[in-house]
Design a protein around this ligand. Structure first.
Ligand code: IFM
Length: 467
Protein backbone atom coordinates (compact mmCIF):
# COMPACT_ATOMS: atom_id res chain seq x y z
CA UNK A 1 0.00 0.00 0.00
CA UNK A 2 1.25 3.46 -0.79
CA UNK A 3 0.26 6.26 1.53
CA UNK A 4 -1.18 9.34 -0.09
CA UNK A 5 0.09 12.73 0.97
CA UNK A 6 -2.87 14.89 1.76
CA UNK A 7 -2.49 18.56 2.41
CA UNK A 8 -3.55 19.67 5.88
CA UNK A 9 -4.13 23.21 4.65
CA UNK A 10 -6.56 24.62 2.10
CA UNK A 11 -3.71 25.01 -0.40
CA UNK A 12 -4.03 23.19 -3.72
CA UNK A 13 -1.95 19.98 -3.92
CA UNK A 14 1.61 20.80 -5.04
CA UNK A 15 2.67 19.84 -8.56
CA UNK A 16 4.68 16.71 -9.29
CA UNK A 17 8.45 17.04 -9.47
CA UNK A 18 11.26 14.91 -10.83
CA UNK A 19 14.84 14.85 -9.55
CA UNK A 20 17.88 14.83 -11.82
CA UNK A 21 18.98 11.51 -13.24
CA UNK A 22 21.43 9.82 -10.88
CA UNK A 23 20.10 11.68 -7.80
CA UNK A 24 21.07 9.41 -4.90
CA UNK A 25 18.29 8.13 -2.65
CA UNK A 26 19.39 6.77 0.69
CA UNK A 27 18.75 6.41 4.38
CA UNK A 28 21.10 6.93 7.31
CA UNK A 29 21.88 5.53 10.75
CA UNK A 30 24.77 5.70 13.23
CA UNK A 31 26.67 3.00 15.10
CA UNK A 32 25.83 3.74 18.73
CA UNK A 33 22.21 4.46 17.85
CA UNK A 34 21.47 1.07 16.28
CA UNK A 35 24.18 -1.55 16.72
CA UNK A 36 23.88 -2.73 20.33
CA UNK A 37 26.41 -5.50 21.10
CA UNK A 38 28.18 -2.96 23.25
CA UNK A 39 30.51 -5.47 24.87
CA UNK A 40 30.91 -7.95 22.04
CA UNK A 41 33.85 -9.01 19.93
CA UNK A 42 36.36 -6.83 21.73
CA UNK A 43 34.58 -3.46 21.49
CA UNK A 44 35.94 -0.99 24.03
CA UNK A 45 33.79 1.48 25.99
CA UNK A 46 32.82 4.78 24.38
CA UNK A 47 31.88 8.08 25.96
CA UNK A 48 28.24 7.26 25.26
CA UNK A 49 28.47 4.02 27.27
CA UNK A 50 29.77 6.05 30.19
CA UNK A 51 27.36 8.96 29.74
CA UNK A 52 24.25 6.84 29.34
CA UNK A 53 25.14 5.02 32.57
CA UNK A 54 25.48 8.29 34.46
CA UNK A 55 22.21 8.84 36.36
CA UNK A 56 20.07 11.66 34.99
CA UNK A 57 21.85 12.10 31.68
CA UNK A 58 19.69 10.05 29.32
CA UNK A 59 15.91 9.72 29.34
CA UNK A 60 14.81 6.90 31.68
CA UNK A 61 18.38 5.60 31.95
CA UNK A 62 18.28 4.18 28.42
CA UNK A 63 21.57 2.99 26.92
CA UNK A 64 22.76 1.74 23.53
CA UNK A 65 23.66 -1.68 24.95
CA UNK A 66 21.12 -3.44 22.74
CA UNK A 67 19.58 -0.62 20.67
CA UNK A 68 18.20 -2.16 17.43
CA UNK A 69 20.51 -5.18 17.72
CA UNK A 70 21.69 -4.31 14.23
CA UNK A 71 25.08 -5.90 14.98
CA UNK A 72 23.34 -9.28 14.81
CA UNK A 73 20.49 -8.39 12.44
CA UNK A 74 22.43 -6.47 9.81
CA UNK A 75 21.59 -8.96 7.04
CA UNK A 76 17.85 -8.68 7.73
CA UNK A 77 18.23 -4.88 7.82
CA UNK A 78 20.09 -4.77 4.52
CA UNK A 79 17.37 -6.94 2.94
CA UNK A 80 14.85 -4.36 4.17
CA UNK A 81 16.91 -1.55 2.57
CA UNK A 82 16.92 -3.45 -0.70
CA UNK A 83 13.16 -3.90 -0.46
CA UNK A 84 12.84 -0.11 -0.11
CA UNK A 85 14.94 0.38 -3.21
CA UNK A 86 17.67 2.40 -1.45
CA UNK A 87 20.56 3.21 -3.76
CA UNK A 88 22.81 4.06 -0.84
CA UNK A 89 23.10 3.49 2.90
CA UNK A 90 24.93 5.87 5.23
CA UNK A 91 26.24 4.22 8.39
CA UNK A 92 28.98 5.02 10.86
CA UNK A 93 31.86 2.98 12.18
CA UNK A 94 32.32 2.66 15.93
CA UNK A 95 35.90 3.71 16.67
CA UNK A 96 35.93 1.65 19.92
CA UNK A 97 35.22 -1.51 17.90
CA UNK A 98 38.30 -0.85 15.77
CA UNK A 99 40.69 0.48 18.42
CA UNK A 100 39.17 -0.28 21.81
CA UNK A 101 41.52 2.23 23.49
CA UNK A 102 41.37 4.81 20.71
CA UNK A 103 45.04 4.32 19.85
CA UNK A 104 47.24 1.24 19.61
CA UNK A 105 46.15 -2.32 18.92
CA UNK A 106 43.56 -2.94 16.22
CA UNK A 107 40.62 -5.19 17.03
CA UNK A 108 40.23 -7.28 13.89
CA UNK A 109 36.82 -8.62 14.94
CA UNK A 110 35.50 -5.05 14.86
CA UNK A 111 36.74 -4.56 11.32
CA UNK A 112 35.25 -7.94 10.42
CA UNK A 113 31.77 -6.69 11.27
CA UNK A 114 31.98 -3.72 8.90
CA UNK A 115 33.50 -5.98 6.28
CA UNK A 116 30.46 -8.26 6.49
CA UNK A 117 28.07 -5.31 6.42
CA UNK A 118 29.83 -3.77 3.41
CA UNK A 119 29.72 -7.01 1.46
CA UNK A 120 26.07 -7.53 2.34
CA UNK A 121 25.24 -4.05 1.01
CA UNK A 122 27.26 -4.45 -2.15
CA UNK A 123 25.70 -7.86 -2.72
CA UNK A 124 22.29 -6.16 -2.77
CA UNK A 125 23.48 -3.33 -5.02
CA UNK A 126 23.46 -0.71 -2.25
CA UNK A 127 26.32 1.79 -2.17
CA UNK A 128 27.87 2.12 1.31
CA UNK A 129 28.60 5.66 2.52
CA UNK A 130 30.78 5.50 5.61
CA UNK A 131 31.02 8.04 8.41
CA UNK A 132 34.13 7.48 10.50
CA UNK A 133 32.94 9.37 13.57
CA UNK A 134 29.37 9.76 14.72
CA UNK A 135 30.05 10.62 18.37
CA UNK A 136 31.18 7.34 19.98
CA UNK A 137 34.66 8.42 21.08
CA UNK A 138 36.68 5.70 22.84
CA UNK A 139 36.46 6.45 26.57
CA UNK A 140 40.23 6.14 26.98
CA UNK A 141 40.71 9.12 24.66
CA UNK A 142 38.24 11.17 26.67
CA UNK A 143 40.17 10.24 29.83
CA UNK A 144 43.21 11.80 28.15
CA UNK A 145 41.36 15.05 27.37
CA UNK A 146 38.96 14.09 24.55
CA UNK A 147 38.33 16.58 21.76
CA UNK A 148 39.66 19.39 23.94
CA UNK A 149 43.20 18.14 23.21
CA UNK A 150 45.13 17.93 19.96
CA UNK A 151 46.20 14.29 20.42
CA UNK A 152 42.62 13.15 19.75
CA UNK A 153 42.74 14.71 16.26
CA UNK A 154 46.01 12.93 15.55
CA UNK A 155 44.61 9.62 16.82
CA UNK A 156 41.58 10.05 14.56
CA UNK A 157 43.75 10.30 11.45
CA UNK A 158 45.46 7.04 12.39
CA UNK A 159 42.11 5.32 12.98
CA UNK A 160 40.83 6.57 9.60
CA UNK A 161 43.78 4.96 7.86
CA UNK A 162 43.21 1.65 9.66
CA UNK A 163 39.61 1.52 8.48
CA UNK A 164 40.53 2.57 4.95
CA UNK A 165 43.18 -0.16 4.72
CA UNK A 166 40.50 -2.77 5.36
CA UNK A 167 37.51 -1.34 3.48
CA UNK A 168 39.06 1.05 0.96
CA UNK A 169 38.70 -1.41 -1.90
CA UNK A 170 34.90 -1.41 -1.51
CA UNK A 171 33.82 1.88 0.08
CA UNK A 172 33.43 4.77 -2.36
CA UNK A 173 32.49 7.67 -0.10
CA UNK A 174 34.35 8.51 3.13
CA UNK A 175 32.86 10.98 5.55
CA UNK A 176 35.21 12.03 8.32
CA UNK A 177 32.90 13.47 10.99
CA UNK A 178 29.20 13.81 11.59
CA UNK A 179 28.09 17.19 12.94
CA UNK A 180 31.18 18.48 14.77
CA UNK A 181 28.91 21.25 16.10
CA UNK A 182 27.21 18.67 18.32
CA UNK A 183 30.46 17.01 19.42
CA UNK A 184 31.98 20.36 20.41
CA UNK A 185 29.10 22.36 21.82
CA UNK A 186 26.66 19.72 23.12
CA UNK A 187 29.56 17.57 24.38
CA UNK A 188 31.69 20.31 26.01
CA UNK A 189 29.45 23.42 26.10
CA UNK A 190 25.97 22.55 27.37
CA UNK A 191 27.03 19.02 28.32
CA UNK A 192 23.70 17.53 27.26
CA UNK A 193 25.65 15.00 25.18
CA UNK A 194 28.63 12.86 26.12
CA UNK A 195 31.09 13.50 27.65
CA UNK A 196 28.81 15.94 29.51
CA UNK A 197 31.33 18.73 30.09
CA UNK A 198 30.23 22.36 30.61
CA UNK A 199 33.25 24.49 29.77
CA UNK A 200 33.05 27.16 27.02
CA UNK A 201 36.84 27.24 26.51
CA UNK A 202 36.93 23.47 26.01
CA UNK A 203 33.99 23.70 23.62
CA UNK A 204 35.95 26.04 21.33
CA UNK A 205 39.09 23.93 21.65
CA UNK A 206 37.03 20.88 20.73
CA UNK A 207 35.62 22.67 17.66
CA UNK A 208 39.14 23.37 16.45
CA UNK A 209 40.44 19.87 17.16
CA UNK A 210 37.45 18.37 15.35
CA UNK A 211 38.24 20.59 12.36
CA UNK A 212 41.84 19.49 12.56
CA UNK A 213 40.83 15.83 12.86
CA UNK A 214 38.81 16.21 9.68
CA UNK A 215 41.72 17.81 7.83
CA UNK A 216 44.29 15.29 9.00
CA UNK A 217 42.03 12.36 8.16
CA UNK A 218 41.03 13.81 4.77
CA UNK A 219 44.69 14.22 3.87
CA UNK A 220 45.55 10.70 5.00
CA UNK A 221 42.59 9.18 3.16
CA UNK A 222 43.53 11.04 -0.02
CA UNK A 223 47.13 9.85 0.27
CA UNK A 224 45.83 6.30 0.68
CA UNK A 225 43.84 6.59 -2.57
CA UNK A 226 40.33 7.49 -1.36
CA UNK A 227 38.44 9.29 -4.10
CA UNK A 228 35.27 10.65 -2.60
CA UNK A 229 36.02 12.44 0.67
CA UNK A 230 33.46 14.38 2.64
CA UNK A 231 32.36 15.72 6.01
CA UNK A 232 28.83 16.14 7.29
CA UNK A 233 27.92 19.44 8.95
CA UNK A 234 24.62 20.52 10.46
CA UNK A 235 24.48 24.15 9.47
CA UNK A 236 21.66 26.22 10.82
CA UNK A 237 20.02 29.09 9.03
CA UNK A 238 20.24 31.78 11.73
CA UNK A 239 17.98 34.77 11.08
CA UNK A 240 17.55 38.02 13.00
CA UNK A 241 14.10 38.14 14.54
CA UNK A 242 13.80 41.73 13.33
CA UNK A 243 15.90 42.15 10.17
CA UNK A 244 15.48 45.93 10.46
CA UNK A 245 17.08 45.99 13.92
CA UNK A 246 20.90 46.20 13.69
CA UNK A 247 21.29 44.61 17.13
CA UNK A 248 19.32 41.55 16.00
CA UNK A 249 21.35 41.39 12.78
CA UNK A 250 24.55 41.50 14.84
CA UNK A 251 23.22 38.75 17.15
CA UNK A 252 22.43 36.54 14.15
CA UNK A 253 25.91 37.13 12.74
CA UNK A 254 27.53 36.09 16.00
CA UNK A 255 25.48 32.89 16.25
CA UNK A 256 26.10 32.14 12.57
CA UNK A 257 29.83 32.42 13.23
CA UNK A 258 29.75 30.04 16.18
CA UNK A 259 27.36 27.60 14.51
CA UNK A 260 28.40 27.64 10.88
CA UNK A 261 31.35 29.72 9.73
CA UNK A 262 33.69 28.27 12.39
CA UNK A 263 33.45 25.00 10.42
CA UNK A 264 32.74 26.09 6.85
CA UNK A 265 35.38 28.79 6.52
CA UNK A 266 38.55 26.92 7.52
CA UNK A 267 37.35 23.85 5.62
CA UNK A 268 36.36 25.59 2.40
CA UNK A 269 38.23 28.90 2.50
CA UNK A 270 41.31 27.95 4.50
CA UNK A 271 40.90 30.48 7.34
CA UNK A 272 38.75 31.16 10.38
CA UNK A 273 36.73 34.38 9.95
CA UNK A 274 38.22 37.32 11.89
CA UNK A 275 35.00 37.96 13.84
CA UNK A 276 34.87 34.31 14.95
CA UNK A 277 38.48 34.40 16.18
CA UNK A 278 37.73 37.64 18.05
CA UNK A 279 34.74 35.97 19.66
CA UNK A 280 36.71 32.87 20.70
CA UNK A 281 39.49 35.09 22.08
CA UNK A 282 36.97 36.61 24.49
CA UNK A 283 36.57 33.17 26.04
CA UNK A 284 39.94 31.45 25.72
CA UNK A 285 43.38 32.13 24.31
CA UNK A 286 44.02 30.95 20.76
CA UNK A 287 47.15 28.93 21.56
CA UNK A 288 45.41 25.72 20.49
CA UNK A 289 45.27 27.00 16.88
CA UNK A 290 48.79 26.40 15.55
CA UNK A 291 50.41 27.84 12.47
CA UNK A 292 49.52 25.65 9.51
CA UNK A 293 46.37 24.18 11.08
CA UNK A 294 44.00 26.07 8.81
CA UNK A 295 45.83 24.79 5.73
CA UNK A 296 45.39 21.24 7.02
CA UNK A 297 41.68 21.80 7.71
CA UNK A 298 41.36 23.17 4.18
CA UNK A 299 42.18 19.73 2.71
CA UNK A 300 40.13 19.37 -0.50
CA UNK A 301 36.82 17.56 -0.18
CA UNK A 302 34.67 16.12 -2.95
CA UNK A 303 31.31 16.35 -1.28
CA UNK A 304 29.81 18.20 1.67
CA UNK A 305 27.09 16.46 3.68
CA UNK A 306 24.33 18.67 5.07
CA UNK A 307 22.05 17.59 7.90
CA UNK A 308 18.98 19.78 8.23
CA UNK A 309 16.06 19.80 10.63
CA UNK A 310 15.03 23.33 11.71
CA UNK A 311 16.00 27.01 11.54
CA UNK A 312 16.90 29.48 14.33
CA UNK A 313 15.69 33.01 14.97
CA UNK A 314 17.60 35.20 17.39
CA UNK A 315 17.21 38.59 18.98
CA UNK A 316 19.49 40.87 20.99
CA UNK A 317 18.25 40.90 24.57
CA UNK A 318 20.46 42.59 27.14
CA UNK A 319 20.71 40.43 30.26
CA UNK A 320 19.64 37.21 28.48
CA UNK A 321 21.77 34.30 29.71
CA UNK A 322 22.46 33.03 26.17
CA UNK A 323 22.72 29.35 25.34
CA UNK A 324 25.49 27.11 26.66
CA UNK A 325 25.70 25.34 23.31
CA UNK A 326 26.61 28.68 21.70
CA UNK A 327 29.46 29.71 24.04
CA UNK A 328 29.63 33.44 24.60
CA UNK A 329 26.03 34.08 23.50
CA UNK A 330 25.02 36.03 26.59
CA UNK A 331 22.69 38.88 25.63
CA UNK A 332 21.13 36.87 22.83
CA UNK A 333 17.76 35.11 23.03
CA UNK A 334 16.52 32.33 20.76
CA UNK A 335 12.88 32.68 19.70
CA UNK A 336 10.80 29.70 20.78
CA UNK A 337 9.42 27.68 17.83
CA UNK A 338 6.49 29.15 15.95
CA UNK A 339 3.87 27.07 14.15
CA UNK A 340 3.93 23.31 13.79
CA UNK A 341 6.74 21.41 15.50
CA UNK A 342 7.92 17.81 15.44
CA UNK A 343 8.02 15.57 18.50
CA UNK A 344 11.46 17.09 19.27
CA UNK A 345 9.76 20.48 19.53
CA UNK A 346 11.61 21.62 16.39
CA UNK A 347 9.93 24.19 14.17
CA UNK A 348 9.04 22.92 10.69
CA UNK A 349 10.15 25.36 8.00
CA UNK A 350 11.16 23.66 4.73
CA UNK A 351 11.84 26.98 2.94
CA UNK A 352 14.70 27.48 5.40
CA UNK A 353 16.44 24.47 3.84
CA UNK A 354 16.20 26.04 0.38
CA UNK A 355 17.61 29.32 1.67
CA UNK A 356 20.40 27.50 3.49
CA UNK A 357 21.41 25.47 0.42
CA UNK A 358 21.35 28.61 -1.73
CA UNK A 359 23.52 30.42 0.79
CA UNK A 360 26.11 27.62 0.90
CA UNK A 361 26.12 27.55 -2.90
CA UNK A 362 26.68 31.32 -2.96
CA UNK A 363 29.26 31.61 -0.15
CA UNK A 364 31.22 28.41 -0.88
CA UNK A 365 30.89 28.01 -4.64
CA UNK A 366 31.89 24.80 -6.35
CA UNK A 367 30.95 22.57 -3.41
CA UNK A 368 28.90 19.50 -4.28
CA UNK A 369 26.26 18.91 -1.61
CA UNK A 370 24.41 15.89 -0.30
CA UNK A 371 21.58 15.93 2.23
CA UNK A 372 23.01 13.33 4.59
CA UNK A 373 20.16 13.63 7.13
CA UNK A 374 16.67 15.03 7.15
CA UNK A 375 13.58 13.70 8.84
CA UNK A 376 11.29 14.07 11.80
CA UNK A 377 10.49 12.44 15.12
CA UNK A 378 6.86 11.47 15.61
CA UNK A 379 5.53 8.89 18.03
CA UNK A 380 3.09 6.89 15.89
CA UNK A 381 3.32 3.14 16.46
CA UNK A 382 1.57 0.12 14.97
CA UNK A 383 -2.22 -0.07 14.91
CA UNK A 384 -3.93 -3.34 15.83
CA UNK A 385 -3.60 -4.27 12.18
CA UNK A 386 0.16 -3.77 12.45
CA UNK A 387 0.39 -0.67 10.25
CA UNK A 388 2.04 2.60 11.20
CA UNK A 389 0.23 5.63 9.83
CA UNK A 390 2.84 8.37 10.13
CA UNK A 391 1.32 10.91 7.78
CA UNK A 392 3.06 13.85 9.47
CA UNK A 393 6.48 12.31 8.68
CA UNK A 394 5.46 11.89 5.04
CA UNK A 395 4.38 15.51 4.94
CA UNK A 396 7.64 16.63 6.53
CA UNK A 397 9.85 14.71 4.11
CA UNK A 398 7.69 15.61 1.11
CA UNK A 399 7.97 19.31 1.94
CA UNK A 400 11.74 19.12 2.47
CA UNK A 401 12.23 17.25 -0.79
CA UNK A 402 10.35 20.05 -2.54
CA UNK A 403 12.68 22.50 -0.79
CA UNK A 404 15.65 20.54 -2.16
CA UNK A 405 14.13 20.64 -5.61
CA UNK A 406 13.74 24.42 -5.36
CA UNK A 407 17.46 24.67 -4.53
CA UNK A 408 18.31 22.46 -7.49
CA UNK A 409 16.23 24.70 -9.73
CA UNK A 410 18.23 27.67 -8.42
CA UNK A 411 21.45 25.99 -9.53
CA UNK A 412 22.63 24.28 -6.32
CA UNK A 413 24.75 21.19 -6.99
CA UNK A 414 22.77 18.80 -4.80
CA UNK A 415 23.58 15.15 -5.41
CA UNK A 416 21.21 13.20 -3.20
CA UNK A 417 19.02 12.82 -0.12
CA UNK A 418 19.31 10.50 2.87
CA UNK A 419 16.33 10.12 5.16
CA UNK A 420 17.05 10.19 8.88
CA UNK A 421 16.54 7.60 9.89
CA UNK A 422 16.21 4.19 8.36
CA UNK A 423 14.75 2.92 11.61
CA UNK A 424 13.78 4.12 15.08
CA UNK A 425 16.84 4.20 17.30
CA UNK A 426 18.62 5.55 20.37
CA UNK A 427 18.05 9.30 20.12
CA UNK A 428 20.97 10.30 22.39
CA UNK A 429 19.80 12.18 25.52
CA UNK A 430 16.20 11.32 24.59
CA UNK A 431 16.92 7.60 24.67
CA UNK A 432 14.28 5.57 22.83
CA UNK A 433 11.55 8.12 23.59
CA UNK A 434 11.83 9.84 20.20
CA UNK A 435 11.28 7.92 16.98
CA UNK A 436 12.84 9.21 13.77
CA UNK A 437 12.62 5.98 11.77
CA UNK A 438 10.72 5.38 8.56
CA UNK A 439 10.77 1.82 9.91
CA UNK A 440 9.25 1.13 13.31
CA UNK A 441 11.28 -0.92 15.79
CA UNK A 442 9.65 -2.80 18.64
CA UNK A 443 12.47 -2.76 21.18
CA UNK A 444 11.05 -5.77 23.05
CA UNK A 445 10.84 -8.14 20.09
CA UNK A 446 13.21 -6.26 17.72
CA UNK A 447 10.55 -6.63 15.06
CA UNK A 448 10.83 -4.09 12.22
CA UNK A 449 7.66 -2.78 10.56
CA UNK A 450 7.66 -0.46 7.56
CA UNK A 451 5.80 2.71 8.47
CA UNK A 452 3.62 4.34 5.81
CA UNK A 453 6.51 6.79 5.28
CA UNK A 454 8.83 3.93 4.28
CA UNK A 455 6.30 2.64 1.74
CA UNK A 456 5.80 6.17 0.45
CA UNK A 457 9.60 6.74 0.26
CA UNK A 458 9.91 3.53 -1.77
CA UNK A 459 7.55 5.06 -4.32
CA UNK A 460 9.46 8.36 -4.32
CA UNK A 461 12.64 6.43 -5.10
CA UNK A 462 10.98 4.34 -7.77
CA UNK A 463 9.55 7.45 -9.42
CA UNK A 464 12.68 9.59 -8.76
CA UNK A 465 10.31 12.29 -7.71
CA UNK A 466 7.09 13.36 -6.07
CA UNK A 467 3.56 13.15 -7.37
O1 IFM B 1 19.76 11.31 15.76
C1 IFM B 1 20.48 12.44 15.37
C2 IFM B 1 21.71 12.03 14.58
O2 IFM B 1 22.51 11.16 15.28
C3 IFM B 1 22.51 13.26 14.24
N1 IFM B 1 21.69 14.26 13.61
C4 IFM B 1 20.46 14.61 14.25
C5 IFM B 1 19.64 13.36 14.53
C6 IFM B 1 18.32 13.73 15.19
O3 IFM B 1 18.55 14.38 16.40
Amino acid sequence: MTATVTSTSAQPAPAGITFPEGFVWGAATASYQIEGAAREDGRGPSIWDTFSRTPGKVHAGHTGDIACDHYHRYAEDVAMMADLGLASYRFSIAWPRIQPDGTGPVNVRGLDFYDRLTDELLGKGIDPVVTLYHWDLPQTLEDRGGWAVRETAEAFAEYAQIVHRRLGDRIGTWTTLNEPWCSAYLGYGSGIHAPGVQDPAKAFKAAHHLNLAHGLAARALRAAGAKNISITLNPCEVSPLDPANPADVQAARLIDGVANRIFFDPMLKGAYPADVLEHIARITDLDHIKDGDEAIINAPIDLLGINFYTPSYVTAKPGAPGALDYPGSQGIAFRPPVGPVTDMGWQIEPASLTRLLNRIHRDYPGTALLITENGAAYPEGPTEGGEVHDLRRIEYIDAHLRACHDALAAGVDLRGYFAWSLMDNFEWAEGYAKRFGIVHVDYTTQQRVLKDSAKWYREVIRRNGLE
